[in-house]
Design a binder for this molecule. Structure first.
Ligand SMILES: Cc1cc2nc3c(=O)[nH]c(=O)nc-3n(C[C@H](O)[C@H](O)[C@H](O)COP(=O)(O)O)c2cc1C
Length: 365
């Protein structure tokens, strides 16, 4: 199975399965001299970790990261500094219950990766989704914590802006609230917590699931990243976001809404700023023009479909070619969009770090 690597200069290769002993990644191409701590990585993994509230899967994965290579420690061992050699990160799987998958090992869950995986590889990982399990995204989140350090001044934040038919109120947006301990949804709107809680409790109790929309914003992105043709920054962001499990739509800036606007409404006007540099009067483009970053915040949004593993019987077929009704028991997220927030942040950080290094590599004398 090839294609386990993404990025060009900041290259991340992930490895491992949901039900193997461990998973992780190797980051190749990270420049030397970047200081980080295992706690920097752990903080991001803790945000993605399952079992944190009743609204996410009850699997108990501590997701403790081990940094195996690619660094020299400080004298007190607290801080690690990259050496430019491959950085290997490992996370052990401790809460695999393969028996949860017993009944569906020979059936194709409608909406899940089972059928595509089988058609391509001619086998199933009977213990779970194998490489198609979103457990793989823990490795991406770990890599993203390093990527954030590659670009000086880069801040990448994400938030859940819609869940099923419920939306946040943009006027209430408060970034500080996203990681508040009373906020199990990564919502930026404090008033939405009660609404999302009631809604998702009902969905969960019905054995069903719902989708979500996640918005990721990168600030401190230098102008000039990307290229006009086959390495457009927005193109690579779309690819990275679409590579996340269950993501079925990606937009940059105004995205699909731009199609309903006039040229006057959508184009970001410019004026000279007091610092002698041009500034934009709006950011409908989401920080990218002609495939190249403008220096404005890069804004990406993605749609996450409802979890396909649900308790409601669904019509399908099995490996023997029989019609069956599939009921997926086990521990599944009723809204996988919640835990997709730190994953989206990590993917955007990796894309920007990669383009930052590519841009640095092409500057003339
Ligand atoms: C963080 C996260 C957790 C997920 N957990 C589950 C899960 O518990 N059960 C499930 O059926 N799908 C889950 N998914 C979605 C599946 O991995 C995904 O729908 C499946 O691999 C099919 O891929 P596709 O939806 O991209 O076509 C999760 C996705 C993410 C992002």
């Amino acid at each position: 199975m090839s294609h386990n690597t993404f990025g060009h200069l900041f290259r991340v290769t992930t490895w491992g399965e949901s039900h193997g002993p461990a998973l992780g990644c190797v980051i190749d191409g990270c420049p030397p001299g970047i200081a980080f701590t295992p706690a920097d990585i752990q903080r991001e993994l803790d945000r993605r970790r399952p079992g944190k509230s009743r609204f996410v899967t009850q699997r108990r994965e501590p997701d403790q990261v081990k940094v195996l290579s690619g660094f020299v420690p400080s004298d007190d061992g607290e801080t690690l500094t990259t050496t430019g050699t491959p950085i290997s990160l490992m996370i052990e799987n401790v809460d695999q219950r393969s028996k949860d998958y017993g009944e569906i090992a020979r059936q194709f869950r409608p909406g899940h990766a089972d059928y595509g995986y089988f058609v391509k590889y001619g086998l199933r990982d009977h213990r779970g989704g194998g490489r198609s399990s979103a457990r793989e995204t823990a490795a991406r989140v770990a890599a993203g914590a390093i990527a954030r350090k590659v670009v000086p001044g880069l801040v990448v934040r994400g938030a859940l802006v819609a869940m099923g038919e419920k939306r946040i109120e943009p006027a209430n947006w408060d970034w500080d609230f996203v990681d508040h301990r009373d906020n199990p949804f990564f919502t930026p709107d404090p008033a939405s917590v009660a609404v999302f809680s009631d809604y998702l409790d009902a969905v969960r109790k019905a054995g069903s699931s719902v989708g979500a929309v996640v918005e990721i914003v990168a600030e401190g992105v230098p102008a000039g990243l990307g290229a006009p043709v086959y390495a457009k920054l927005d193109q690579d962001i779309a690819s990275a976001m679409m590579s996340i499990n269950a993501v079925k739509g990606v937009e940059i800036g105004n995205g699909f809404a731009a199609a309903g606007l006039t040229g006057e409404e959508n184009a970001d006007e410019m004026r000279m700023g007091n610092d002698g540099r041009p500034r934009f009067l709006s950011n409908n483009a989401g920080g990218v023009l002609g495939g190249i970053s403008t220096g404005e915040p890069v804004v990406a949004r993605f749609a996450v479909k409802p979890t396909s593993s649900i308790l409601t019987p669904r019509r399908s077929v099995d490996l023997e070619g029989r019609d069956v009704d599939v009921v997926t028991k086990g521990r599944h997220d009723p809204c996988v969009g919640i835990r997709a927030v730190p994953i989206g942040e990590a993917m955007l950080a990796c894309v920007i770090a990669d383009h930052y290094l590519r841009h640095r590599g092409q500057i003339g004398g």
